[in-house]
Structures are given as C-alpha cells and as structure tokens.
Write a protein that binds this ligand. Structure first.
Ligand code: ATP
Ligand code: MG
Length: 432
C-alpha cells in the first residue's frame, strides 16, 4: 500500500474527494464519449466513469484501450450513486495503465469447471470466487473468536505423524528419513494430550485424507478445527457445537451480506440457525429413513442420500447421536448399558450439505482402549504414549471436528466443495 492509495472498501469515507485507486480492470463498457471501467482492487468493485470532455486525450485513449484484467491506476472524484452496487462511482480524471493484459483467458462467457480449475490462479479474481474466499476468511475468524473467548487454548498438533488416527485406508504416506510418516488425518490424539495439560483446547489446521471416491464433499486436503474438552461428556459436546455453529453462521450473515448476495444465496434458512438444534438418535434415524423410503439396515454408516433425507426432516442443523460403535473411530466411548453404541454425534447441515461435524465422547478407560486398538489391528507400540493419557489421571472428555470447507460450502450455498478453498486438492487434481 502507498500513502496516496484509497481502497474501494473505504470509499464511503471519501465522498466528494479526489482519490487514487489501484487495481485491475474487471470489465468495461464503451459508450463512445463515455467509458465505464469496472475496477477491482481486492477489497471491492467500483465503476469509474471516464468522460471524454473531462480528461486529457491520453487518459481517454488509455480508458478505451485498457483490456480485461490489465492493471491500472485511476484518479478521480468519488460521487454518491444510489443505483451503483456499492453506492458510489468515481468520475475519473486520470487513467494510467500499469500493464496491459493480452487475451485474458477467462472471458465473461460461460466456461466449464475444468477449464476454470486449470486456471484457478486467475479464476480467483472473479466476483463469485472473491465472494467465497471472503466468506471463508470470516468463517475462520468467527471460529477463532468464539473459541478464544470461551476458554479454549489454541495449540497446534503435528502435521507429520507416525500413525493413523482415522481410517488407515486414507493415509498419505511420506518418507521420513527411511521411516514412513503420514500426513495428519486429525489432531485428535494430540488434542487429548493437550487437554490433560490445558483443560480446553483447539487445533485448527490442514488435514489430509486420501479419499478414493469422487464426491462433492471430499477434498484430499482440507481444514479442520478440533475443539476438545476435559471433564466433558456427549451432552456438553452438543451444547458447545450448537452455540459455536450458530455464532459462525450469524457472524457471517452479518458481516458478509454483500458477498452472499453476490452469490445469490437465499439466507432464509441460515437465519434460522440458532440454538438449540434438534437431536435424533441413530436408532430413530434408521426408522425415519426406512419410513421415508431410503432403506438402511441397522449398523450401516449413513451415506450422502441418508444424511440429506434426515436433514430434510428438520429446519435447522440436526444432531444424530449414538451411532453403532463399529461406524466410528477406535477411541470413541461406548454407552455402558448398550456397548454396541458409541457416544458419538454428527451434526448434519440442512439443504443437502450433510455432515459438517463429527465428534463425541472419547473413552476414558485404559482396558477398553487397549481392546479397541487390538480389534482395529493397530500397532500397539505406536499408541503407548496415548495409552499413558488413561494411565495418569484419565477423565471423561469430549470434542469434535468441524470441516471448514463443508461449512463454507453450506453457508455460500455452493453445489461442490472445490470452490471453498483457494487451490483445491482433489482425486484428479494437483494443479495448479
Ligand atoms: P465423511 O463420512 O463425510 O467422509 P468423516 O466421518 O470421515 O466424514 P470426520 O472424520 O468426522 O469425517 O471429520 C470431521 C469433519 O471433517 C467432517 O464432519 C467434515 O466436515 C470434515 N471432513 C472430513 N473429511 C473431509 C474431506 N475429505 N474433505 C473435506 N472435509 C472433510
Ligand atoms: Mg470420511
């Protein structure tokens, strides 16, 4: 930034003043003596009006010549314009081209997603992608604000790990000086060490899963926030989740109304996202699905169609609790009088977005954990440190993982998760 630069987001404070805007040409309209330049500078979009009689021949020529995505500097006077999207326009006095872009590949016509994804580094400049990324940044900040102000300490967990924490089939292996190391699938196990030292914690970072099926909800690299609490049970977990998710949604609606309107998002259902959220047990969800003609047998995990059908029965995100233990990770606590059930809970978002949170109570018992490690055929030595957490002051504890990208896709109303992260890593895409 230079001292003489004004950002479009601050334009309202400069009504009637001469300003210097530095950015890129989003699009232009040629009306003969009038040139309309839609300028973007990263903070917003504004129309600059260049009137032939009001500027030098050089400036008018530059305004006519400037092409889509050329970088340019515009000087001019800010004028209130109620019909303009941001409420203001700039009457240009000077237009200076910094670099003239030739044949920008993404034109206002429709392009296929593969074409756009190959040019993701440029596609990010478009209005829709700009809106999504700004929503993403706000969701991240809301996540941190809520946790930081509710007594959760942010502690990072390692990205290179010696063992799996979820499903061993989705591990990304890498060579660690001759030994295998895996990219983290979850900070869960380390979080449990952290809570025994710090009480309530969260980690928030990139998470890697080699998901071998192509869906609109899975990325290979995604961001997950994982709060974990000592002396907490399944019910505490749900209470925290509903407050947390409501705060994230309401903050984003308030602060990103403009971006959501650019995306054409109908926010009616999102306004509804306030505590408490409805709760349904896995047993009842299975009954509901069979009644609604989406058959499932008890013991099976839900797929996308099941989640959508369950969520459609409610007008808010819904908790599904007490999944069969066999559907969940080895460290989940079980219900004492029905040990086939885990004290787990998933939060399903409305409108077909499915699971955005997975979590629950972790087992506090050393014996049960040892047995589960064996049943899951995990290498016992690798988990000795984790077993220590049950040997020395074990307590009931609970926590959950919220997927950032799924949350952003839901809030933005996107049909696919790929647009919620700047450079998505997918089954068939590692470029750019
Ligand atoms: P799914 O059954 O949809 O694969 P999961 O049960 O594997 O989800 P968890 O292990 O509970 O998911 O992870 C917690 C959260 O992380 C999920 O609720 C989801 O929001 C997010 N998540 C999990 N896998 C992915 C992925 N591959 N891409 C994006 N987000 C993901
Ligand atoms: Mg999964």
């Amino acid at each position: 930034m230079q001292e003489d630069q004004t950002y479009i987001q601050d334009i309202a404070q400069h009504e009637g003043e001469e300003v210097t805007l530095k950015g890129w040409l989003f699009r232009s309209t040629d009306k003969g003596k009038l040139q309309f330049l839609m300028l973007r500078d990263g903070t917003g979009f504004i129309q600059c009006v260049v009137f032939q009689k009001a500027v030098s021949p050089e400036t008018f020529e530059a305004a006519r010549r400037v092409t889509q995505e050329s970088s340019l500097i515009v000087r001019g006077k800010v004028r209130k314009e109620p019909r303009a999207p941001g409420g203001y326009e700039v009457d240009a006095s000077e237009v200076q081209i910094v670099q003239l872009a030739q044949d920008y590949p993404i034109t206002p016509k429709e392009h296929g997603v593969d074409f756009l994804m190959d040019r993701r580094h440029l596609w990010l400049r478009s209005q829709s992608q700009w809106a999504v990324m700004r929503v993403r940044a706000t969701v991240i900040r809301a996540i941190r604000d809520w946790l930081d102000s509710h007594g959760f300490l942010n502690l990072d967990t390692p990205i290179l790990t010696p063992t799996s924490c979820e499903d061993t089939t989705t591990l990304f292996a890498t060579d660690y000086f001759g030994e295998p190391a895996y990219l983290t699938q979850s900070g869960q196990l380390y979080n449990e060490a952290h809570i025994m030292a710090f009480g309530k914690v969260y980690c928030f970072g990139p998470t890697f899963r080699a998901e071998k099926s192509k869906t609109r909800r899975h990325l290979m690299e995604f961001w997950m926030v994982e709060p974990e609490m000592a002396y907490a049970d399944l019910d505490d977990c749900m209470k925290v989740e509903e407050e947390f998710v409501s705060y994230i949604v309401q903050t984003t609606l308030r602060e990103r109304a403009y971006e959501l309107s650019l995306l054409g998002r109908d926010t009616t259902l999102l306004q509804n996202v306030t505590p408490p959220f409805p709760r349904i047990s896995y047993d009842d969800a299975v009954k509901l699905l069979n009644e609604k003609g989406v058959p499932i047998t008890w013991g099976e995990d839900f797929g996308a169609p099941h989640e959508t059908t369950i969520a459609e029965s409610f007008d808010k995100p819904v908790f599904v609790h007490h999944y069969p233990a066999q559907c969940k990770a080895f460290y989940m606590e079980v219900e004492p009088d029905r040990p086939e059930l885990s004290k787990s809970v998933d939060l399903l978002a409305p409108e077909g977005y499915g699971e955005i949170i997975g979590g629950g109570e972790r087992t506090a018992s050393l014996e049960l954990l040892e047995r589960r490690i064996e049943e899951h055929k995990l290498k016992r030595e690798a988990y000795e440190w984790y077993l220590d957490l049950r040997r020395y002051g074990s307590v009931p504890h609970a926590g959950f993982g919220l997927g950032l990208e799924r949350t952003v896709a839901w809030i933005c109303g996107l049909s696919h998760i790929r647009e919620t992260i700047p450079f998505p890593r997918m089954l068939t895409r590692l470029y750019p």
